[in-house]
Design a protein around this ligand. Sequence first.
Ligand SMILES: [Mg+2]
Length: 333
Amino acid sequence: MADDVAKLSDIGERGAIEVLARIYDRGQPIGLGHDCGAVEWGDDYLVVTTDVVNAKTHIPPGATPPQIGWYATAVNLSDIAAAGARPLGFVAALSMPASTDVEFLRGLALGIEECVREFGIAVLGGDTKEADAISIAGTAFGRVRKDRILLRTGARPGDVIVVTGDLGRAGHAMRLLQDPSAARTEALNQLLRPYPRISDGMFFSDSGAVTSCMDISDGLGASLAQMAAMTRLSYQVDEASLPKYRGLSSLPPGIAKDLLLYYGGDYELIATVRADAIETVLERYAQTKPPERNRLTVIGKVAATGGNVLVTKSGVEPLLNKGWEHFRPSGFR
Ligand SMILES: [Mg+2]
C-alpha cells in the first residue's frame, strides 16, 4: 500500500499530527488540537504544552545563545497565554553535540532564565543529552479556572475576531536576514524575542466574553484554518483593519501582504469575542496597562458558512490555509 511508504515530507506536519491524534484520541474534551493539554485540578485546570526548537528550522545564522534560549521558552509560554492561563513553571530538555562550547550552554540558559523571570516563573528542571544537532525541547505549565480556559473551539456566528499587537514583524525580520547588507541584530531580536501575550490571555480569560483563542505561530491564514477545521465556521477578516507591522510598508505590496497573512512567527493571540461584549472588552483592555505593547484590534467576524475569507477593497477573496509547515520540502504548505 502507498501508505506504507509515505514519508513525512508527503503528509507534512498536519498529516503527522493526524497520524498521532488517531492513536492518542480517547475523546479528551481538552487537549488534542488545542494549544495546551489540560489535567483536572479541583476548580482549575493544570495546562501543559511542549514545543521543540532546533537549529535546522528555527535558528538563523548569527542568532546568539541567549536569543535562542528566550525563543525556546517564549514559544511555549505563548501556548500557555493562548489558553488564558497563568504560568506555573518551565522545564527544558537540551540535546547538543559534545563539541558545543560551554559558553553556548551558559548563554542558552541565561536566555531561558531571562524569559521565565519576565513571566514570574522558574526553570523547575530538565535534561541534558548528547546528540548530533542542537535542539531544545521546552515544556511549560500553567493554571486556569476550569470555566475560563480558552480553547480554539467555542466561537459562534456573530462573534467578533480580535488580534493582539501587530502582524508581519517576524516575516519582515526574516526578509531582512536574507539581505546580506541589512543590520542583523535588530532583525534577529524581532524574530527570536517574541513576547508571549500572557497578560492578554489572562485578560481574555477574566473577561468571560472571549469565546475562543489561539496563538498565531503559523500565520493568520493557517491559524484561522486550524480553528475553522475544528468549528466548521467561517472566519471573515477585513484586510484594511489588520494591524500591520510598520516595517512592511517598505516592501512591495504583494510581498508585504503575503508576510502579513501567511508568514507567522509573530506569536500574537487571535481571539473571538461575543458581539454584545466587544465594546466593554476594548474599553477595559485600553484601561489595563500590560508591560508589553498595548494594542487590541478588531479584524473581522465569525459567520456560519462561507469558508475563511479576506474582505478587501475590491471584493472578497479566500483566506488561504497557507503558512509555515514542518516536513514540507519548501517549509511551506
Ligand atoms: Mg499554539
